[in-house]
Design a protein around this ligand. Structure first.
Ligand SMILES: Cc1cc2nc3c(=O)[nH]c(=O)nc-3n(C[C@H](O)[C@H](O)[C@H](O)COP(=O)(O)OP(=O)(O)OC[C@H]3O[C@@H](n4cnc5c(N)ncnc54)[C@H](O)[C@@H]3O)c2cc1C
Length: 297
């Protein structure tokens, strides 16, 4: 990156834990899929998992180790993208709301915002779960819904874990600076961004079950975010079929950080009229677009 920002990349793999026989069976199935795709997926007993991560409890009956899994600090990554874009000449406008669009002869010509109009022959809608609301104003409805997620973080005096721990009930991510992030709740159909005691309590309960000593750690903070999910679980990536120059990149649900570099590359290729390096036909924008009454500008 050209920004000089440390995105806190940690490449220590991930342990997906099994607490039930069913979860262990799932690991057998998923590990085969990983192997067929040429990825490493090692199946471990509970004892073997505890050997690698001694803080794990006896509730853990097995694990799948994904050696290639890595993690970054999402806020740092976003800051890195922002600084890099600025360094390359991009003008960043913060806290400016896009209200609608300008079109002429089926082509986009600009956006109408809380700070006035900005003209451009290419516009990319990346409004996350709010993209649907924005696009409805021009008569388009994507099939999307918001999914709230709550997280919290703690500090420990000595490192408790060395790699990411994942279970269906919660995940624990040891960060470079000694914090552990514990996430995340999955609450569909709400834009409410309050952190609830119920959400944090359920995460604490699940985390304590797999790593009992987490209860001795020092509380740091809690937060929420809204994930953009689509009806069929696939993102929307592409140009709108009716409006030239209007691109959409949204619906990445739980994987928007992971998929941010490839999404940027694909969208840049599309805008420059090049063929993207991957097949994006499953993500085409017109697969579920419904027309609503447009408010055209
Ligand atoms: C608790 C939690 C944990 C997560 N963990 C992971 C993870 O481990 N790995 C991973 O890959 N992903 C993770 N995600 C998912 C990831 O955060 C999302 O997929 C990603 O943020 C989606 O990016 P986006 O840019 O499409 O949307 P957003 O990040 O939602 O950004 C959209 C932005 O557009 C702005 N906006 C909306 N409407 C307008 C408008 N009209 N005008 C101007 N601005 C507008 C919004 O304010 C917002 O800032 C997690 C999400 C949550 C909530």
């Amino acid at each position: 990156m050209t920004s000089g920002i440390d995105i806190e990349l940690v490449k220590k793999g991930m342990l997906r834990l099994a607490l039930t026989d069913w979860e262990q069976q799932e690991h057998y199935r998923i590990s085969e899929i990983h192997k067929q795709n040429g990825e490493l997926a090692e199946l471990l007993t509970g004892k073997e998992a505890r050997k690698r991560e001694p803080a794990l409890s006896n509730e853990v009956i097995g694990a799948m180790y994904l050696e290639k899994d890595g993690q970054v600090a999402a806020p740092q990554l976003a800051l890195g993208f922002l600084k890099s874009a600025s360094a390359l000449g991009c003008v960043i406008k913060e806290n400016v709301e896009v209200h609608s669009f300008h079109f002429s002869n089926g082509k986009i010509t600009g956006v109408i915002t809380s700070e006035g109009d900005f003209m451009s022959s290419n516009v990319v809608v990346t409004g996350g779960a709010w993209s649907e609301k924005l696009l409805m104003k021009i008569g388009l409805q994507l099939k999307m819904y918001p999914v709230k997620g709550e997280c919290f973080s703690v500090r420990t005096e000595v490192p408790l874990l060395s790699r990411t721990i994942f279970t269906p009930g919660c995940y624990l991510v040891p960060k470079k600076d000694g914090r552990i992030i514990i996430g995340a709740t999955v609450i569909p159909n709400t834009f409410n961004q309050q952190v609830t005691l119920e959400g944090i309590f359920s995460l604490m309960k699940n985390a304590k079950k797999i790593v009992p000593s987490i209860s001795q750690s020092e509380w740091e903070r809690a937060w929420t975010g809204i994930r953009p999910q689509t009806a069929d679980g696939l993102p929307y990536l592409g140009e709108h079929p009716d409006y030239k120059g209007l691109f959409i990149a949204t619906g990445h649900f739980r994987n928007g950080i992971l998929l941010s570099p490839i999404t940027g590359e694909v969208m840049a290729d599309l805008i420059e009229g090049k063929s993207p390096s991957i097949d994006i036909s499953p993500f085409r924008v017109d697969r579920s677009i419904r027309k609503t009454n447009p408010i055209m500008r």
